[in-house]
Design a protein around this ligand. Structure first.
Ligand code: IMP
Length: 194
């Protein structure tokens, strides 16, 4: 069975990928665990940054690599922070929540969406990229403790609880799960190949 490197240093993302990848039966490691450097994310969109991360991890490890670039887009902020989500919060997620909720309140505009781009670099160097989205709204205050990042302030459509309150259910319905659903067949072909 092939080994796959997840091109991330984010433990929250890695946990979700381990759950999603468990049924595929491949051996999973991560860029963080291998001590690989994080390449600068210089692309103007999620797909481009996922590709940069996957290619860098594949090159440095010699393994097929799967990268995720994702973020929260807020209508009241004209779609920001988007690809800048990690940088927008820095070490202060409570501060980022407060700024986003204040912007939504000021414009009475609560719509938001998460986007996830997944890029797989196969052993032969070829790439496949897929996008998943989840639409929803900003919660009027942070709720719940599960998950990571912006989970406490995002309520997906069709639910009354935030991602952080939904816990394991988030992993089945999220933007990441939706992108993963699309890439699963190519991933399976890659990890089963000799
Ligand atoms: P990236 O590692 O450059 O893709 O940054 C992604 C950032 O977007 C994370 O650090 C979080 O701030 C945010 N993010 C992406 N996916 C999620 C999620 O599933 N829940 C909460 N925040 C997320």
């Amino acid at each position: 069975m092939k080994k796959l490197v997840i091109a991330t240093h984010n433990p929250g993302k890695l946990d979700e990928f381990r759950t999603l990848l468990a049924p595929l039966g491949c051996e999973v490691t991560s860029a963080g665990e291998l001590g690989l450097p994080e390449p600068p994310e210089t692309a103007p969109d999620f797909a481009g940054n996922a590709r940069i991360k996957a290619l860098a991890a594949a090159k440095a490890s010699g393994l097929p690599a799967l990268a995720d670039d994702s973020g929260l887009c807020v209508a009241a902020l004209n779609g920001q922070p988007g690809i800048y989500s990690a940088r927008y919060a820095g070490d202060d997620y409570a501060g980022a929540f407060a700024k986003i909720i204040a912007a939504a309140k000021a414009k009475n505009s609560w719509a938001a969406w998460f986007t996830c781009a997944l890029c797989l670099v196969r052993s032969d160097g070829s790439t496949a990229t897929y996008i998943g989205e989840a639409n929803g709204r900003i919660a009027p205050e942070p709720r719940g403790v599960a998950g990571f990042g912006y989970d406490p302030i995002f309520i997906p459509n069709g639910h009354e609880q935030s991602y952080a309150e939904l816990g394991k259910l988030k992993e089945a319905i999220s933007h990441r799960a939706r992108a993963f659903e699309q890439i699963k067949a190519v991933l399976l072909a890659e990890v089963k190949a000799e």
